[in-house]
Write a protein that binds this ligand. Structure first.
Ligand code: GAP
Length: 525
């Protein structure tokens, strides 16, 4: 069986071969941790954004969208704390000359202990079969207890060092637990230093006295500085949300794993403004609500988990990640943060403008609290492609590669394929395209055997293929082939719209999500 690393390499290669993701400016050998989306990638990415954008604005009449500029007044970043505190703790290995994030090295060590514990559990589960009592085993097995204690010890020291921003202690943990450089294998480490992640540039010419400005490291600040505008012009009443999709930039030092950690990426963020004291209620609501949004795509409920933060960002009083199981382990895809009134209060202080809400029910003014949901489009893209990529062994001995993308997100919804290039079949195929193209992204292909064309559509995740043959000219029926089962049905052209719409229209997914949540009584009250 191929290792997860090999599978991931194949996924990266597949993304390039089939027009999903290219290295940026590849003819110049690319640019580190920057990527371009190709003809299929951009469709998938836009569909992800559409699913999120519609979920936010259509299912919540108290959420509105904005599109703020990437460049912002430089004081924004002083007020937000990013100039002083948006840092990564870095450490260099003197022998390999490689640079690492000290926190990541320690987290990887803790993950190794988790792995050891899991292995012991798996081994025992196999040995004892149905009689296996995991809880008892975890509480009594000496090897497991030893690993758990060690992990706990590292975890406690790490948590304290991060919260105290104690760089010397971070280095000491690395030395005490003998973490070695994966390249040189040595423990010849430098001290840990802070490194600010923001990119800066200059606005205006130097002669005029250029101003140093930053490329935004998060889209959220564009929402905070527009809070007053939107509250007033939209006549918004608390609680309400403002959402936005846009680019963000971070000078990531350890930029690995393809589009997982990029220097230019896209975020979908929503700031939910609420009355002080209600923020934990809303935090818990948004945690569950966002998880439901992910799960509704049908990639498998077991692939998600929450990870509560040990170290809270400078603005937060509670934070959790929604993690997704990637080929390289469970990784953060989305963050849900209770940001208190930190940002609005700070902008009030730095700008000198009153940023308050008059609450008619309480008959008082206050600075709203904020619960934020923040998801990376590119990470979401990666999680979807990774879990959809499948290599299947067919009965005839062939293998096929299929991207079982959720149909609502697939770049193309339907491929219309004339069986042969003559006898009026291409013209009939065009007629069908004309019927469907206003509602669904369609493709047509005439070259190659029908089998090869099916394979190509499987590889880019097209949920439906419609084959036009001679019988079509006689009775207006076509062969409809389903991507995942490869089943083929004879259907009327008139029925195509409904079949494709049912599977591919985001509207149906949102309606089901809403109904399921109502049945579960999910509410913030
Ligand atoms: N406004 C809050 C905020 O930006 P974050 O946890 O730093 O929080 C939110 O980022 C999300 O943005 C992450 O969960 C991740 O999906 C995405 N993200 C962050 N840094 C990224 C990077 N370098 N490359 C790709 N996505 C990134």
């Amino acid at each position: 069986m191929a290792s997860q690393e090999d599978v991931f390499k194949k996924i990266v290669a597949h993304c390039k071969e089939y027009g999903f993701v290219f290295p940026s400016s590849e003819i110049y050998d690319g640019l580190g941790a920057v990527y371009d989306y190709g003809e299929n990638g951009v469709e998938l990415k836009n569909n992800i954004k559409g699913y999120w954008w519609d979920f936010m604005r259509l299912l919540h009449t108290n959420i509105v969208g904005i599109d703020a500029a990437i460049f912002m007044h430089p004081t924004t970043w002083k007020a937000s704390g990013h100039v002083d505190a948006f840092n990564d703790p870095l450490i260099d290995n003197r022998d390999s000359k490689k640079r690492y994030r000290a926190d990541v090295l320690i987290e990887e060590l803790m993950a190794k202990y988790d792995e050891k514990i899991n292995k012991e559990v798996e081994k025992a589960a196999k040995k004892f079969g149905d009689a296996f009592d995991k809880e008892k085993f975890m509480a009594t097995n000496p090897r497991v207890l030893e690993h758990v204690a060690k992990r706990e010890e590292i975890h406690n020291r790490f948590k304290k060092a991060m919260n105290d921003v104690n760089l010397d202690e971070l280095k000491q943990i690395i030395l005490d637990y003998e973490i070695v450089c994966p390249i040189s294998g040595t423990k010849n480490w430098t001290d840990v230093r802070q490194f600010n992640l923001m990119f800066s540039t200059e606005m205006g010419s130097t002669a005029d006295g250029a101003t140093k400005i930053y490329l935004r490291p998060e889209t959220a600040q564009g929402i905070f500085v527009n809070y007053l505008n939107v509250q007033k012009t939209g006549r918004m009443k608390l609680p309400f949300g403002i959402c936005q999709i846009g680019k963000a930039f971070r000078n990531e030092i350890v930029a690995r794993q393809f589009i997982f950690r990029m220097r230019e990426f896209e975020q979908m963020e929503m700031q939910f403004f609420c009355r002080p004291g209600t923020e934990m209620k809303w935090f818990n609501y948004w945690k569950q609500h966002r998880l439901n949004w992910h799960k509704a795509l049908g990639l498998g409920d077991q692939k998600y988990r929450f990870h509560d933060h040990d170290k809270l960002a400078h603005y937060a009083n509670a934070a959790t990640d929604i993690e997704f199981e990637m080929p390289f382990g469970f990784k953060e895809v989305e963050g849900i943060h209770s940001r208190t009134n930190f940002d609005l209060s700070s902008h009030e202080k730095y700008s000198g403008k009153q940023i308050k809400y008059f609450d008619p029910e309480l008959n008082e003014s206050y600075t709203p609290y904020v619960v934020e949901t923040s998801i990376g489009v590119d990470r979401m893209f990666l999680s979807i492609v990774c879990s959809s990529y499948k290599e299947e062994q067919l009965e005839n001995g062939e293998t096929r590669v299929v991207l079982s993308l959720p149909p609502v997100l697939a770049p193309n919804k339907v491929a219309v394929l004339p069986l042969i290039k003559k006898d009026g079949l291409p013209e009939k195929a065009q007629e069908i395209m004309d019927l469907l193209k206003y509602d669904f992204k369609c493709v047509s292909e005439e070259k190659d055997t029908i089998g090869k064309r099916y394979r190509r559509q499987d590889a880019i995740g097209t949920p439906f293929c419609v084959t036009v043959d001679h019988q079509t000219l006689e009775d207006n029926t076509v062969t409809l082939r389903y991507r995942d089962t490869m089943q083929q049905d004879r259907v009327k052209i008139d029925d195509l719209f409904n079949i494709i719409d049912k599977a591919c229209n985001i509207k149906h997914l949102l309606r089901k999500l809403n109904a399921d949540e109502k049945a579960e009584n999910l509410s913030a009250e």
